[in-house]
Design a binder for this molecule. Structure first.
Ligand code: DGL
Length: 212
């Protein structure tokens, strides 16, 4: 089966690696759209145009399953994409809020791009899952995905964002770029569990392949 992936650059490779490991015999194609990075700081109109161009290319190359290996594009565009391309199967990547909450921890921080943090989809995920004795804080991280993409001053951006951060039991990495610098982020949260949704995406792809 031909499976297409896209992201605003290299972030989505953190998902591609996990999917390939679970499903080694499929055919993969990947668009790292670094030219348009960061997606998290684009307007809705700009973002859907960019995302559609990627989907069109993957479709032309024969992909029938599209993995949106980007939380920003998923939270803001997946509903529209499912309507525009009813013949394609989309698998999205959403901040793993549910996973963090279900693990029973008390204090959760969600780090994501400004676009994801203000998306209705993320707010609904928190609203629908947060338990009474739990606290879920959201943190927009402007500049972080871009710094990771360009490999420029990642430590400086992290320090600016996290130097005064509180203690948390779990930190949700709500942008696929952040999974690439897990070790650096862990230094600011020595006691927290860092969680991403990559395994969940891979399992979802497997289910769709089995259905097909
Ligand atoms: N890697 C992406 C995400 O998961 C997008 C980062 C960006 O381009 O702002 O949100």
């Amino acid at each position: 089966m031909k499976i297409g992936f896209f992201d605003s650059g290299k972030g989505g490779t953190s998902i591609l690696d996990v999917v390939k490991k679970l499903l080694p015999n499929e055919e993969y194609m990947y668009i790292g759209d670094s030219e348009n990075c960061p997606y998290g700081e684009k307007s809705d109109e700009e973002l859907i145009k960019i995302v559609q161009a990627n989907v069109d290319r993957l479709k032309d190359w024969g992909a029938t399953i599209i993995v949106i290996a980007c939380n920003t594009a998923t939270t803001r565009c997946i509903d529209k994409l499912r309507k525009i391309y009813p013949d394609l199967k989309f698998v999205g990547t959403e901040p793993a809020v549910k996973l963090a909450i279900m693990s029973g921890v008390k204090k959760v921080l969600v780090m994501a791009t400004p676009g994801t943090i203000k998306s209705e989809r993320l707010l609904a995920l928190v609203r629908d899952n947060e338990k009474q004795d739990q606290e879920v804080d959201l943190m927009a991280c402007p500049g972080l995905a871009d710094a990771i993409e360009k490999d420029e001053d990642i430590d400086g951006v992290l320090d600016e964002l996290l130097k005064d951060v509180k203690e948390y039991d779990a930190v949700v990495l709500g942008c696929t770029h952040y999974s690439l610098i897990k070790n650096k982020i862990q230094r600011y949260f020595p006691n927290a569990k860092l969680i991403d949704g990559n395994e969940g995406v891979a399992k979802r792809v497997k289910i769709i392949i089995n259905e097909k």
